[in-house]
Design a protein around this ligand. Structure first.
Ligand SMILES: Nc1ncnc2c1ncn2[C@@H]1O[C@H](COP(=O)(O)OP(=O)(O)OP(=O)(O)O)[C@@H](O)[C@H]1O
Ligand SMILES: [Mg+2]
Length: 423
């Protein structure tokens, strides 16, 4: 049948090969074209049979699955590899992805996981092939340095704005703001908005939006972009019922290792080309990847709370930001839970950091936590609440203030106004 997915099974244990073949035998859209007992045999069979998908065991005696995958990537590039491994092998996962595997299944996996992985990689590969066929000489093959990834571009329109939601201290409400800001911009301001969970190790966006962690994540997208392959972003982005598009953080912390600063930049470029607004929920740690995001951002919403540690860290961050050349237009201070009476007043904060707070958001534990526990953004479930009004005002501010007259995103050099306006 023309539309069957042709699968080659590779595993050194005969019982596993038989078991997998039996499981797949129940699927009408899958055709098991062969079974190999070693890496070498896998390559020989793949060259001969050109399967759509190779199910590859990682541990095999003569040539392991990673080496075999590397060979396949060179010799049968149209074949997508799904790697199979036992639990606790984070390094294998990283190496598999680098070798060119498209998916990683941890044994034991269910028959549903197996078939959905096969279908997903097959669909993605087909999309990729059809895109290559449509745009033959788009920049040439092989990763051409800093060239843009081949995604659906927004034509002559100006690039979308990147808003990073950052805070040098954890727990200040970044994820809460990022999610609701994105929803407000999409539903009230009609912005095509993508929310990116760049809290790569412990992302919470999926929890706030009640999303299945098995969805594709940045850990799937970034290696593809790094490899310079044209890829439809649609495979990785979730269209959420709240009106926004979402790119999740990896499902487990060790997968954050797959994410590089250069890959992150490519991802943001690609997203900016296809959205009006890209809201990025950042980590609080100030590493190279975070720095790459902050550098690219048009606006850095820097969150603080009325706590002495938060204020101290903000002061330090503002000094770094000034050294980096980020201007006062780029770094906007957002004071969360601004009305909490905790012994520190807003005026005290402003005095301490020598700069005015740009935006405030009230404390509303009832709306915020209720929404969190239901997995529905409060901006939707409690639209009239003051906290939602504050978020909307902030969304209007970031959606309104953007490009320079030339249509270029505001550059560092044009923002030399000091961060420390009060000094
Ligand atoms: N305006 C608010 N009013 C009341 N509670 C809030 C408000 N904003 C955030 N919270 C609560 O504060 C807690 C921390 O929020 P959130 O997870 O968004 O912070 P974060 O900076 O993303 O934290 P992390 O460092 O874990 O990523 C959550 O319990 C959240 O419900
Ligand atoms: Mg968070």
């Amino acid at each position: 049948m023309a539309d069957q997915i042709r699968v080659l099974i590779v595993d050194d244990i005969p019982e596993t090969r038989d078991h997998l073949a039996k499981l797949l035998g129940f699927e009408t859209d899958v055709d098991v074209v062969g079974a190999a007992a070693s890496g070498r045999e896998a390559i020989e069979m793949a060259v001969r049979l050109t399967p759509d998908v190779v199910l590859m065991d990682i541990n095999m005696p003569d040539m392991d699955g990673i080496a075999a995958t590397e060979h396949l990537a060179a010799e049968v590039p149209s074949t997508a590899v799904v790697m199979m491994s036992v639990q606790g092998e984070a390094d294998y996962l990283r190496r598999s992805m680098l070798a060119g595997a498209r998916e990683f299944l941890v044994k034991p996996f269910s028959s549903d996981e197996l078939t959905s992985s096969i279908r997903q990689v097959y669909t993605r590969e087909r999309e990729k092939q059809s895109r290559i066929a449509v745009q033959p000489a788009a920049g040439g093959a092989g990763g051409g340095g800093g060239s843009k990834p081949s995604v659906v571009e927004r034509g002559a329109e100006e690039p979308g704005r990147i808003v990073a939601v950052f805070g040098p201290k954890g727990g200040v409400g970044r994820t809460t703001l990022a999610v609701n800001l994105a929803v407000a911009a999409a539903t009230e301001l009609g912005q095509r908005t993508c929310l990116v969970d760049a809290s790569f190790q412990f992302g919470d966006v999926g929890v706030l939006l009640n999303l299945n962690p098995k969805n594709k994540s940045v850990a799937d997208l970034i290696p593809e972009l790094e490899a310079g392959e044209p890829e439809s972003l649609e495979t990785f982005i979730i269209n959420h019922s709240a009106g926004i598009r979402v790119l999740l953080a990896p499902p487990s912390p060790e997968m954050a290792e797959l994410i590089t600063p250069s890959g992150t930049k490519r991802m943001l470029e690609a997203l900016r080309a296809t959205h009006d607004l890209v809201v990025v929920d950042c980590m609080s740690s100030f590493n190279d990847t975070t720095l790459a995001i902050l550098d690219m951002a048009d606006i850095v919403l820097t969150m603080l709370s009325l706590e002495i540690t938060s204020i101290k860290n903000i002061r330090l961050f503002l000094e770094v930001a000034e050294q980096l050349g980020y201007g006062a237009d780029k770094v906007r201070l957002v004071l969360n839970r601004a009305d909490s009476s905790l012994g520190i007043r807003v005026a005290d904060v402003e005095h301490s950091i020598g700069r005015r707070v740009d935006h405030t958001i009230v404390s509303d534990g009832r709306s915020v936590v209720y929404a969190l526990n239901r997995g529905v953004p409060f901006f939707l479930s409690n639209r009239e609440a003051q906290v939602s009004q504050d978020v909307l005002r902030l969304a209007q501010a970031v959606a309104g203030a953007r490009q320079t007259e030339a249509g270029e995103p505001a550059k560092k050099s044009s923002q030399k106004k000091s961060l420390f306006a009060w000094r």
